[in-house]
Design a protein. Structure first.
Length: 469
């Protein structure tokens, strides 16, 4: 057991705010938390309370329910720590904060009722309390209350989920795997570190908003850049998820006068045992082996536009055509893509051939991977490229971008192409659509050469690296 002055604290400020299935960074934080719950009984969970600029403990049982998708915490009382740019909003902020408890009273009461519901035995009274809570929740919150398998999630007030302030000391190490630039205030973190002397270890996924600001809203770029300019000065260790991300972070630090930065590299995990083949059907209009799969949030950097251009050329007969296949985009609709969706709707070929699956469950996503002819990942830049690894874990080949960390993810097992070279993508996708032997050979290569840590193994390595002094 760890000595009281050598604690490890895992911050889950991102997970507690998330709604829906964990993806991307949220998934990483959830998997680390899952490992801690199963293997590390002495580790403390924390959440950054933006109202007081302090870390507070998170109830371990509620943390478990969050990881398992069985609970939602009403984090509405937490204020946005990001600086306000509008003068009007700054002037109105004190009024908004003073009125917030009153405006949120129905939701707070609904959560209180749901906590009471959880304590009641099955029966009429429990159903009555649930019905009262449902009326107060409203449609949006009720939609968030449905977890995996259609099971109702438990709702908790923030006051129930969070405990006392974490009393940090120089022997403590805090591992922060989440959206720190969005959920935390850099000035407060610097002050807490200076006052208490605790060690802060943070995961770094990428610096893409800094390298490619054109793909993001200006305010988001500003918030991200300001945070990392400060974080390189007070973070004791960064754990980068790829060598490319480590290089980008070191370059950024040196460009801002920080010549000595402790950056380590550790792989993220993957589900090495994909979801079992159940009776989960494919979305309407899709047939096994007759679609190409791209798993990603739909945003400009992911380069969906290239695939639309490529698909139109293939549909016109280049490289043997589409072989009667469809193109599937599996991922939520992100930002700055209104024109992309308008183009898909307006073009008869794209409207016929492109299928958007916006909110696939783990089981549905596994079915898509399993039934795809092959996968594609044309992103303009990545800090990791998890869908490439997931494709390999499901035994699929992929055509992958050569930018950022994607060649690291590909590991020499599949083709990597310039994400700006439409001709190369037309040729590569067309050949694989019309020559099954190419796909079969690449799948054999993937089966023989793919090796990647499981999520438990990756979480164990990340925690060990955080503890190491």
């Amino acid at each position: 057991m760890a000595a009281p002055d050598q604690r490890l604290i895992v911050d889950v400020s991102t997970l507690i705010r998330w709604r829906g299935a964990p993806v991307g960074i949220v998934r990483v934080e959830a998997e680390i938390a899952r490992f801690v719950l199963e293997r590390e009984p002495d580790v403390v969970f924390s959440v950054y309370d933006t109202r007081i600029g302090q870390f507070r403990t998170l109830d371990r049982d509620i943390a478990r329910q969050l990881v398992e998708g069985r609970a939602t915490v009403d984090t509405g009382p937490l204020i946005d720590p990001r600086p306000m740019r509008s003068r009007v909003r700054k002037l109105l902020a004190p009024i908004e904060h003073s009125l917030r408890p009153l405006l949120r009273l129905p939701r707070t009461l609904a959560c209180w009722l749901d906590e009471r519901r959880q304590q009641l035995p099955q029966g009429g009274l429990r159903r009555f309390v649930a019905a009262c809570a449902d009326r107060l929740f409203g449609r949006k919150m009720l939609a968030q209350a449905i977890g995996p398998g259609g099971v109702r999630r438990n709702w908790y007030r923030l006051a129930t989920a969070l405990g006392p302030i974490v009393q940090l000391n120089p022997g403590d190490t805090m591992l922060s795997p989440g959206f720190d630039w969005s959920n935390k205030d850099a000035a407060s973190l610097a002050e807490i570190k200076a006052r208490t002397g605790f060690r802060l270890v943070a995961l770094c996924y990428d610096l893409i908003p800094i390298k490619f600001p054109q793909f993001y809203q200006a305010r988001d770029v500003d918030v991200f850049t300001r945070y990392f300019r400060a974080a390189i000065l007070f973070t004791d260790r960064f754990i980068a998820i790829s060598q490319q991300t480590a290089t980008d972070l070191i370059d950024f630090a040196q460009a801002h006068g920080c010549q000595s930065l402790d950056v380590r590299t550790e792989r993220l995990g993957v589900d090495t045992a994909p979801v079992a083949d159940t009776a989960v059907p494919l979305p309407p209009g899709l047939e096994a082996g007759r679609f190409v799969l791209f798993v990603s949030t739909i945003e400009p950097r992911k380069n969906h536009a290239l695939l639309l251009r490529v698909w139109k050329r293939l549909a016109a007969g280049e490289q043997g055509g589409t072989a009667g296949c469809k193109l599937v985009f599996a991922g939520r609709r992100g930002w700055m893509v209104d024109d992309l969706f308008a183009a898909m709707a307006a073009d008869p070929v794209l409207a016929r051939d492109v299928v958007h699956v916006a909110a696939a469950s783990d089981e549905q996503l596994a079915a898509l991977y399993r039934c795809a002819r092959f996968c594609v990942y044309p992103s303009l830049y990545e800090g990791f490229g998890l869908p490439v690894i997931e494709a390999f874990a499901h035994g699929k080949t992929a055509v992958v971008s050569s930018s950022g960390s994607l060649p690291e993810a590909a590991g020499g097992l599949v083709s990597c192409l310039d994400p700006d070279d439409d001709d190369a993508w037309v040729a590569a996708i067309g050949r694989r659509l019309n020559d099954p032997a190419i796909v079969a050979e690449e799948e054999r290569r993937v089966a023989a050469g793919f090796a990647w840590p499981s999520w438990p193994a990756a979480a164990a390595s990340i925690i060990a690296l955080a503890r190491k002094r």
